[in-house]
Design a protein around this ligand. Structure first.
Ligand SMILES: Cc1ncc(COP(=O)(O)O)c(C=O)c1O
Length: 389
């Protein structure tokens, strides 16, 4: 077995029937549509890639711009902020952003939204706080790129650097929220996208929020290829697995393939072991949004049986995919390009033919545009050789 084949794991526990139906899909979509600037992100066909891979279609769902932010994250964060603040107020989730803005009026000057982040989720929570006239406190790991931390500050958040990895920042934010429970919890209304035993409801709302992305994609797919076409393979970048679990729940019957950095391969290792495995930091991958060492508690049971194959990647492969996408006119970060890199890696595996057939349609979720222009320019300028393919 070559080095490259060893980084594809065919999930021994995979079960086609897995997935949890999200009941409030229409309600969630209506809430998103009420936010000014809502527009579906594009689903772009890349026929040259399909021809190279010997499949019928490869399509890229490109999450480069959501409400003016450069990743998909606010789609989950906005619904979860709605859920968290409605909980505080003892109300059901609000139907529109305006309803939520009205409802939270008594909390202004008293409540702050809080979370830990590698960049995107925290920026999205901070943006929501700003929209609602609330404060926000965002905990970031010390390995975060300064451009990503500055972008969160630009949303008027208080940014606190926590020594250690993203997972350490998650624990720190949870401790602060637990301590502030003594003053009614208002100083730290926690909106985490990862979950743990005892904290599941709001992270579930994050992942439910992502269903809008999959609903958009399904409609666009039918628009492009007709209602007889099936989505056979979906490749998703994984950090804590909230987005991937939404993919499994939303795309029943489709083979979901996960993409992770080798430096932070917590899902890959957990699937291999058949139980959650922690990968201690620092992780340090250039796939910055994917630098997570623990699979979310909510996501694990969904992914344990719902992921068909897991792929782990080097930074070199992700950067090569950034360049390849740039050549196709798609500007994305390493985290977003990981799905194309994973497809390349998958194709080298002896069993890939079972998924990548001549009639197959593959959707790559490219979850982030350019968040750090200097790093992006450097990635495009680099000329490393991968030595495979
Ligand atoms: C750009 C990007 N893609 C993918 C992910 C992975 O999402 P999750 O942590 O839900 O697995 C993240 C997480 O922060 C991200 O920022």
């Amino acid at each position: 077995m070559s080095h490259f084949e060893s980084d594809v794991l065919w999930n021994p526990a995979w079960d086609t029937g897995r997935g949890r139906r999200v009941v409030s899909v229409a309600e969630i979509r209506a809430f998103h549509e009420s936010i000014p600037g809502y527009a579906p992100t594009p689903l772009v066909s890349v026929p040259a890639v399909a021809a190279e891979f010997g499949v019928a279609h490869v399509l890229v769902k490109h999450e480069a711009e959501r409400f003016g932010l450069p990743s998909f994250k606010i789609v989950g964060a906005s619904w979860a902020v709605n859920a968290a603040l409605s909980d505080v107020l003892g109300l059901a989730p609000q139907r529109t952003l305006v309803d939520l803005q009205d409802a939270v009026a008594p909390l202004r000057g008293r409540a702050a939204l809080t979370t830990a982040t590698d960049g995107n989720h925290g920026r999205a929570v901070a943006r929501m706080a700003r929209e609602l006239g609330l404060d926000s406190i965002v905990y970031v790991p010390d390995e975060i790129a300064s451009a990503r931390a500055d972008a969160i500050r630009a949303e008027r958040a208080e940014v606190e650097v926590v020594p250690g990895s993203y997972d350490a920042a998650v624990r720190y934010a949870a401790d602060c929220a637990a301590r502030s429970a003594e003053d009614g919890g208002l100083r730290h209304v926690l909106v985490s996208d990862t979950s743990w035993d005892g904290y599941t409801r709001i992270p579930l709302a994050v992942s439910d929020g992502y269903t809008t992305i999959f609903e958009e994609m399904k409609a666009q797919f039918v628009g492009l290829l007709g209602s007889a076409a099936t989505i056979d393979v979906a490749v998703v970048p994984v950090g804590v697995g909230a987005f991937a679990s939404a993919a499994v729940n939303s795309l029943l019957g489709c083979a979901v393939v996960s993409a992770e950095p080798t430096a932070a391969d917590c899902l890959w290792r957990s699937l291999e072991a058949g139980k959650p495995v922690v990968v201690p930091g620092p992780h340090g991958s250039t796939m910055a949004g994917l630098n997570c060492g623990e699979v979310s508690y909510n996501a694990w049971p969904v992914l344990a049986q719902g992921v068909r194959a897991a792929v782990r990647l080097s930074d070199l492969e992700a950067t090569a995919a950034v360049r390849e996408l740039a050549g196709l006119g798609i500007a994305s970060s390493e985290s977003g390009a990981a799905s194309l890199a994973a497809l390349r890696r998958l194709r080298l595996d002896a069993r890939a033919g079972s998924l990548l057939r001549p009639a197959s349609s593959v959707v790559l979720f490219d979850t982030e545009g350019v968040t750090d222009q200097v790093a992006y320019n450097a990635a495009i300028a680099r000329k490393e050789c991968l030595g495979h393919g």
